[in-house]
Ligand binder design. Structure first.
Ligand SMILES: Cc1ncc(COP(=O)(O)O)c(C=O)c1O
Length: 376
């Protein structure tokens, strides 16, 4: 029997992620396979840790990468930092803020949800207020860059405001790492997690995390064990301790991809990369507004890598997405979850964070929307 080889269509991935993979990252995945217990591979892990430290801006504590996507890194943070009965204050202003609270509840925490409408961010003052009402809280959790709305939480200010409180700060940095100014260590983030498929321009499958010394102190005084696969201390013994202690068979080629992606980030320069994302996002957002389209995020909170556009009345948003994909080979996202208003989510992440790509997407959108605009 002859079964044909895979031949997926070629796309421009301008949705909420994954984004297009850098060719050099794909090339790295073709390098010779090693075993996960080979000392040569452990030397590569050491390099990835050094690169991650620089990209997270996490001089203390530990950095490593889970063999998973962002969701498992989210769960790992909550599972390690919370114990059944602990109180967690969770900022919820979109799909992923809600998921944070849901996962914390599954791990037995009492969750205080502080909410804001989609497109806004939960005011830091409201989180501090919740902390005053719940001094027993052990964790404050926020989504830095809420991919379901395009809104950016003022994380640095939150870290500053929490200084002096005996509470850990957990931040979802899935869409911010490598694309938006972020300094996990100096900002006082105790556990930050991300993924490879957004601004790092690698395939999905690895989840970089950063863990502060204070988070380790909390983890080491736990009374209850954490799920084995998500146990950060066991992961640390493999990623950081030498000789490495086996925990799981690391996806070797994905580690090569992460290494190359991080190398490219630092080669470009973190600040330069943040600026590139900012310029591309600003270009897209100005052009969309100039076309009379409304953006979901509060303008003062709008992030660069992801722009959520409200679908105008009378336009079939899903049909527009389908035509962009079929006729132009461009993927953009729609609303996420039942609470989402009708929207398109346009991502300019990683290698796609250029004004040229923004213009390309706008031209395609103009083409698809032309009949609707003419009828209006
Ligand atoms: C802000 C945010 N958090 C968490 C996740 C979950 O990551 P993953 O889909 O890689 O599991 C995503 C995915 O888009 C996200 O955008």
């Amino acid at each position: 029997m002859s079964i044909h080889q895979l031949d997926p269509p070629s796309r421009l991935l301008c949705g909420p992620g994954p984004s297009d993979v850098e060719p050099a990252v794909l090339a790295a995945m073709r390098r010779p396979m090693l075993g996960h217990l080979d000392p040569a591979f452990h030397a590569i892990l050491d390099e990835v840790v050094a690169l991650l430290r620089a990209v997270w801006r996490m001089p203390d504590g530990d950095v490593l990468a889970l063999p998973s996507t962002g969701t498992s890194a989210m769960e790992a943070g909550l599972a390690n930092l919370l114990e059944p009965g602990d109180t967690a204050i969770v900022a919820e202003a979109g799909f992923f803020g809600r998921r944070l609270g849901d996962i914390a509840e599954r791990h037995g925490a009492t969750v205080v949800r502080v909410t804001a409408p989609w497109g806004e961010t939960v005011p830091n003052a409201a989180l501090l207020d919740a902390l005053d009402r719940h001094p027993e809280a052990r964790l404050v959790a926020v989504v830095h860059a809420e991919t379901s709305t395009g809104a950016l939480h003022p994380l640095r200010e939150l870290g500053t405001a929490l200084f002096g409180y005996d509470v850990l700060l957990l931040a979802d940095c899935v869409t911010s790492l490598g694309g938006i100014p972020l300094e996990a260590g100096p900002w006082g983030v105790d556990y930050a997690y991300s993924c490879t498929q957004k601004c790092l321009a690698a395939p999905p499958g690895m989840a970089p995390v950063a863990i502060s010394p204070r988070a380790w102190r909390r983890i080491r005084t736990r009374r209850t064990p954490v799920p084995f696969a998500l146990d950060l201390e066991l992961l640390r013994r493999y990623w950081v301790d030498r000789p490495a202690v086996y925990h799981h068979t690391t996806p070797i080629l994905s580690v090569y991809a992460l290494h190359e992606a991080l190398r490219l980030v630092l080669d470009e320069g973190l600040e330069a990369r943040w600026s590139r994302h900012a310029a591309a996002g600003a270009h897209l957002q100005a052009a969309l507004r100039a076309r009379g389209l409304e953006l979901l995020a509060d303008p003062s909170r709008q992030m660069a890598p992801l722009t959520a556009v409200r679908v105008p009345d009378g336009v079939d948003g899903k049909a527009v997405q389908a035509r962009l994909l079929e006729e132009h080979g461009i993927e953009v996202g729609g609303g996420l979850g039942p609470a989402a208003p009708p929207m398109w989510r346009i991502g300019l992440m990683g290698r796609n964070a250029t004004t040229a790509t923004a213009t390309h997407v706008l031209t395609a959108l103009d083409d698809v929307l032309a009949p609707a605009a003419a009828a209006a």
